[in-house]
Design a protein around this ligand. Structure first.
Ligand code: BTN
Length: 231
């Protein structure tokens, strides 16, 4: 395990803890992380995503979790931070698939999970950078999109800086950015909620970051669940 203290230029983050291999940075941070900690792993053996899905985490990806005071919209802020950084390298067809996946040309490049730990949130981010991807995943990587390898640590620091910048923006600006970068608005979607499934057209993101869907002539407000594009 390596520990790097961050410079006081960072206001939210304090130190980076790097593991060669760990089961899951998310589980480690939930259990042992302190506010301001960033836990990074070169390889995760039990990386996990939302809905208890397995998160494929081999060498070459950026797998990390951090602990911050909860803002209530931690995953939205993380999503905007990653999106802004990836947009520096990928100029086209990159956007957010509600709630907080980042897609390039209908392939997933980044997944985000946020979980509560007392008054704090543990935000877990997985970005496919230089790692290989199995066919069945319908995913892409920064290397695939740009035809070159990228420095994982540089990318991590860029995301952390951008996250701090996003946190200090007004809510209005965050909503606008979140709305304007969605790939699903105007498209037909299927949403799996715990008890039901909704099929309809995604029409908007409201001012509280909910997804608005028109289904069977009714306006439905969604703030959880798993969204699939069906057309
Ligand atoms: C999702 O798309 O469902 C969210 C994926 C989150 C993956 C990251 S990788 C770092 C952190 N550790 C985990 O076990 N999961 C998150």
């Amino acid at each position: 395990m390596e520990v790097y203290q961050l410079s006081p230029r960072y206001k939210i983050f304090r130190r980076i803890v790097v593991f060669d291999t760990i089961e899951s940075t998310q589980d480690f941070a939930l259990k042992n992380g302190k506010r301001g900690d960033i836990i990074v792993a070169r390889v995760q053996t039990k990386g996990r995503g939302r809905f208890k899905r397995k998160w494929y985490s081999p060498l070459g990806g950026l797998w990390f979790s951090f602990v911050v005071e909860s803002s209530g919209i931690d995953s939205v802020e993380a999503c905007l931070a990653v999106l802004n950084v990836l947009k520096k390298y990928i100029k086209e067809n990159i956007g957010i698939k509600y709630p907080n996946d980042i897609f390039v040309d209908n392939k997933k490049i980044c997944g985000i999970i946020a979980e509560i730990k007392g008054k704090d949130s543990v935000v877990g981010i997985g970005i496919n950078v230089n790692n290989e991807l199995p066919e069945f995943l319908n995913a892409t990587s920064l290397k695939k999109e740009t035809n070159k390898e990228h420095d994982i640590l540089v990318l991590l620091l860029e995301v952390l800086r951008e996250y701090e910048a996003i946190r200090s923006l007004e809510k209005k600006k965050k909503v606008e950015d979140f709305r304007n970068n969605q790939i699903i608005l105007g498209k037909k979607v299927k949403i799996n909620l715990i008890k039901e499934e909704i099929v309809g057209t995604a029409v908007n993101i409201d001012d509280d970051f909910n997804l608005i869907v028109i289904s069977d002539g009714e306006v439905v407000k969604i703030n959880a669940g798993d969204v699939f594009l069906i057309e």
